[in-house]
Design a protein around this ligand. Structure first.
Ligand code: ADP
Ligand code: MG
Length: 234
């Protein structure tokens, strides 16, 4: 058992004129390398806030997030951006592709930013990733020319650009039809089989039987944390 990702007593609150709002309270868990995790809970329960803690997009008010022996909140902004690019691929609910760049260029940009894939290998790798998610034919199109499902697959390819060990996705299928949802979840299952740690925020927990573990949030607190019977990580 390895503590690949560890949250230690993580709390997050937001201050406003109305006072303090606790979005996360005393979150404490360990994720092992290669686990396939679903984070679920009602809207407003703190799922996105929790992902922001994991990715370093935002910092805890109290507690610590440790990923692969790095305490995330100790990194300054510029170090953090590169660290994130190497370690965590992020898939956003609304894709967040750059609209003026082609699909291929979106992926190349992610590679240029982190600079871990050798320059002369980048284009070939980007094409390989686009083929892997099934949209290789669309590489020279702008995002707007693709369907929602294709854009989400492009966003997944971009998240994998620098071969990060961790993939996180915030309701990645929230806006997609059931067929595309199935394609994306099959892809995530393949990534888990290849050794990646995948963390998916989702409402549709019943759609996917492959999860190792389901963590349920309610009002910023973990109210359930269940390992699936078929988990390899029991
Ligand atoms: P979920 O992703 O589960 O829908 P969120 O993590 O987005 O929930 O939000 C949890 C709670 O924290 C919500 O009540 C939300 O309004 C609040 N919240 C999130 N981000 C902020 C912020 N930057 N400022 C103030 N409140 C916030
Ligand atoms: Mg959310």
């Amino acid at each position: 058992m390895s503590n690949f990702i560890e949250l230690k007593q993580v709390s997050k609150w937001f201050e406003s004129t109305a006072g303090r709002f606790n979005a996360l309270r005393d979150i404490d868990f360990v994720i092992e390398k290669g686990e396939y995790i679903a984070i679920t809970g009602k809207s407003g329960s703190g799922k996105s806030t929790l992902l922001n803690m994991l990715t370093g997009i935002d910092h805890p008010s109290e507690g610590a997030v440790i990923i692969n022996a790095t305490e995330v909140q100790t990194l300054n902004e510029s170090v953090l951006a590169t660290w994130r690019g190497k370690n965590i691929g992020i898939v956003f609910q609304f894709f967040q592709l750059i609209p003026t760049l082609t699909i291929l260029e979106n992926i190349l940009l992610a590679m240029d930013f982190v600079n871990v894939i050798p320059t002369k290998e980048r284009e070939k790798r980007a094409e390989m990733l686009l083929n892997q998610v099934g949209i290789g034919q669309q590489k020279n199109k702008l995002p707007a020319a693709l369907s929602g499902g294709e854009q989400q697959r492009a966003a997944i390819a971009r998240a994998l650009a620098n071969d990060p060990p961790i993939l996180v996705a915030d309701e990645p299928t929230g806006n997609l039809d059931s067929k595309t949802t199935e394609i994306i979840f099959n892809l995530f299952s393949e990534l888990v089989k290849s050794g990646k740690t995948v963390i998916v925020v989702t409402h549709e927990k019943t759609l996917n039987p492959d999860y190792d573990r389901i963590i349920t949030l309610r009002d910023g607190v973990v109210v359930d944390d269940k390992k699936a019977i078929n988990s390899k990580h029991l």
